[in-house]
Write a protein that binds this ligand. Structure first.
Ligand code: SF4
Length: 745
């Protein structure tokens, strides 16, 4: 390797939430190769095709290299950075003055670095005094956040990836792990190959490649799996496989209003007899019984899930019900037993959830409504008491619904800055939101032209991860630092520099003092600021200084509250979780952890150290098939592509292997409509339509269609068809489920 590169620079993969460690190979100032980091605890040196080939898009001729402002004739004109930034600041000031502090919104991404998300969040909430801050993790992880907080009192998993190798049973729910988290899937496969007795159960509407290797597949109609989870709980209790001691010591049964006895829970789940649930879900009763047995009696069961559980109108409830299964069987807080949400994006956890870059949160994933925390943040940020608005801003869908031009009195948000995301392709029910983006004053930071830059007034060329460096925090609470490897092309700049320049022009230089050209220096200042604010919280990364992150080969898992602390594999367990001994944390949050408590859910809002087992009634999706729209449509990713294809479609090998999206149709349905492989099929919902070539496969159940969402061709963009109904708790939209009809085109 010495011959082909000048140096290898440590980093993380730019794509999914697995957080694979990489080394970036640099030759003559350019990235020419990427290899896996064998010491990384996430991937042990392995990478999937996206990770290996990521660098190839960095040198695509489409890279945005210069700031541009749209002119009166609708065309973009190249301008200097000063001109672009002065213009943005002037417009923002104008809107603030004329329409109030909440008329300018920020919409970020789980692909921005932690330092970038933190900086924009601080500028908006501390500088502009506005909570109009959102990010695309609202579209993918908000239900998981809601599930963790309502069950355990604190966001993010109890355990770690290392539980995979200790599990005796692995339950994959709503996750096509083999394609969406390929390196996690590899770990699962390796574990299974070495330990053939390990059971793998997959619950999914499609027989994906993940389901194909499973010992047991629980097929379900989209959005009906809540009944399956309750039914498994019923079977577990009926057969006395539950852990009564754990339930009594560490949980409470609740519906959110009252606390109930365990008998009440037994009575509640009684309605979910497997045969009844089979009729509702299409999951065979026999499979439910077998899954319940394996789950409860394995000795160590780990559940992993992604968007199939989250992108729903009952996403929080679905998350709660998975946690229920772990709590009633005591499959938590011990090696191999965990209820683990796989994050979609590389830095949804670290960047957006942990820095509180959502409209209702502050750094440390604490609500803006929490006066004590607000006062603390104001103090550390050097703000006058009362500066931060206690009222949450608008969640993503409401934010885009409220975005519009000056001549529309019904649209209170007049301007938006978006970074590292492509809402004009990724929002559900796109027809409803495009006009708002077009009419408002839209500033877009990105590395490539996208559907969103097409609607922008100002386009600011951004740096790729390896051109700026920064920290990403993956699914397992692990923060890993990427060093800057090369310079960005043309005049492209890191987001953190852009944020600091806007802050300076708007009079907030003191708040964001990291206004410098050296991106690693700016990153370090932002990171230090962030870990100072969250120093004594349950999310503490105080021991993870920038210097240390630079040296660590595998990053650090929070909580890491002291210099030298090794990071935390498992939370809520004495001897593993440092918060049991962290006096400042206990003092600040008023936590009393009994001396003899071995397991204690210390973020329990009632102060009893218990997790909640939820009585959640069954509720189906917002839309179910009917006579007019007789099919379920579900959507997802494919192994080769990342999100809207902005980057991966510019990697030649990947573009060739997956050039366009398609619609999966069961052969029985294809026959009814006289559709053959490759025929164009129009798929239509109450909101919009798309036209895609047919792929006839038994992967999906009859009556269930599947379309991947990476394709940028307007006629194949499936998000015109998707439903934008949101979960009432998490406000996450129901991307995964829509009622549609089809016709041969
Ligand atoms: Fe990157 Fe995810 Fe692939 Fe790992 S599994 S190389 S993080 S895309």
């Amino acid at each position: 390797s010495k011959e082909i590169v000048d140096k290898w620079v440590k980093g993380t993969c730019r794509f999914c939430g697995t957080g694979c460690g990489v080394y970036v190979g640099v030759k003559d100032g350019k990235v020419v190769a990427i290899k896996g980091n064998p010491e990384a605890k996430t991937n042990f040196g392995f990478l999937c095709v996206k990770g290996f080939l990521a660098y190839k898009c960095m040198y695509h001729p489409d890279r945005l290299k210069y700031p541009m402002i749209r002119q009166k004739d609708g065309k973009f004109k190249r301008v200097s950075w000063d001109e672009a930034l002065d213009y943005v600041a002037k417009k923002f000031k104008y809107f603030h003055k004329k329409y109030g502090k909440d008329s300018v919104a920020y919409y970020g991404s789980g692909q921005c670095t932690t330092e970038e998300s933190y900086t924009f969040n601080k500028l908006w909430k501390g500088g502009f005094r506005s909570n109009m801050v959102e990010g695309n993790p609202r579209l993918c992880m908000a239900s998981a956040v809601g599930g963790y907080i309502t069950t355990f009192g604190s966001d993010e998993p109890v355990g770690s990836y290392a539980d995979i190798e200790n599990a005796k049973c692995i339950f994959l729910v709503g996750s096509n792990t083999s394609e969406c988290h390929p390196i996690i899937f590899r770990r699962i496969m390796r574990h299974k190959l070495r330990n053939p007795d390990v059971k793998i159960i997959v619950c999914e509407p499609r027989k994906t490649n993940t389901a194909k290797i499973a010992d047991l597949w629980l097929p379900v109609d989209p959005g009906t799996d809540l009944a399956v989870f309750h039914s498994m709980a019923r079977e577990i209790i009926k057969n006395n496989w539950h852990d009564k001691k754990f339930i009594d010591a560490h949980t409470r049964i609740t519906d959110g209003k009252n606390v109930y006895s365990f008998d009440k829970y037994v009575e509640f789940v009684e309605q979910f007899k497997p045969e009844v649930v089979e009729k509702l879900t299409r999951c065979p009763a026999e499979n439910i019984r077998k899954a319940a047995k394996w789950f409860a009696t394995s000795g160590a069961t780990m559940t992993l899930w992604t968007m199939g559980l989250n992108q729903r109108t009952r996403g929080v409830w679905a998350n709660n019900l998975i946690h229920n299964l772990h709590l009633i069987t005591g499959n938590i807080c011990k090696p191999g037993a965990d209820s683990f949400s796989l994050t979609g994006q590389p830095n949804a956890c670290g960047g957006v959830r942990e820095t509180g870059s959502l409209c209702h949160l502050l750094p440390g994933t604490k609500p803006v409504k929490d006066k004590k925390w607000r006062t603390h943040v104001e103090k550390v940020w050097g703000l006058k008491p009362g500066t931060i608005d206690p009222k949450p801003g608008f969640h993503t869908m409401k934010m885009f619904d409220s975005l519009g031009g000056e001549n529309d009195p019904n649209k209170p948000i007049k301007a938006m800055l978006t970074s590292t995301t492509n809402p004009a392709q990724s929002l559900p029910n796109l027809n409803r939101y495009i006009k708002g983006m077009k009419d408002a004053f839209l500033v877009v930071l990105d590395i490539f032209p996208t559907k969103t830059t097409q609607l922008a007034d100002v386009v600011l060329p951004a740096a790729f991860l390896y051109e700026k460096g920064g920290v990403y925090g993956c699914s397992e609470r692990r923060s890993q630092l990427t060093e800057k490897a090369v310079n960005p092309p043309g005049e492209a700049k890191p987001d953190i520099w852009i944020a600091a320049q806007i802050a300076k022009r708007m009079g907030f230089e003191k708040l964001i003092p990291w206004n410098m050209d050296d991106s690693m220096k700016a990153n370090e200042m932002a990171w230090t600021d962030y870990i100072t604010v969250t120093k004594d919280s349950d999310h503490s990364l105080w021991g993870a200084t920038y210097d240390r992150l630079k040296k660590e080969k595998a990053g650090i898992q929070w909580p890491c509250p002291y210099p030298g602390h090794p990071g935390t594999y498992k939370r809520y367990v004495r001897g593993m979780d440092p918060m049991f001994e962290h006096e400042e944390f206990k003092r600040f949050f008023g936590k009393k952890i009994p001396d003899d408590a071995k397991i204690y859910f210390y973020m329990d809002k009632k102060g009893e150290g218990r997790a909640n087992i939820w009585l959640r009634p069954y509720k189906g999706p917002a839309e179910v098939p009917d006579a007019e729209y007789p099919f379920y449509l579900t959507t997802g990713r494919v192994i080769a592509h990342w999100h809207t294809g902005t980057m991966t479609m510019r990697i030649p090998e990947i573009a060739r292997s997956y050039p366009y999206a398609y619609i999966e149709i069961h052969p029985d349905d294809a026959r009814k409509y006289n559709i053959f492989e490759g025929d164009l099929v129009e798929v239509i919902s109450r909101r919009g339509k798309a036209i895609l070539p047919a792929r006839i496969t038994k992967n999906s159940l009859p009556g269930v269609l599947f379309v991947p969402w990476f394709d940028q061709e307007i006629s194949r963009m499936i998000n015109f068809v998707c439903n934008d109904a949101v979960d009432p708790g998490s406000k996450e939209p129901e991307f995964k489920i829509a009622a549609v009809k089809i016709r041969k085109y």
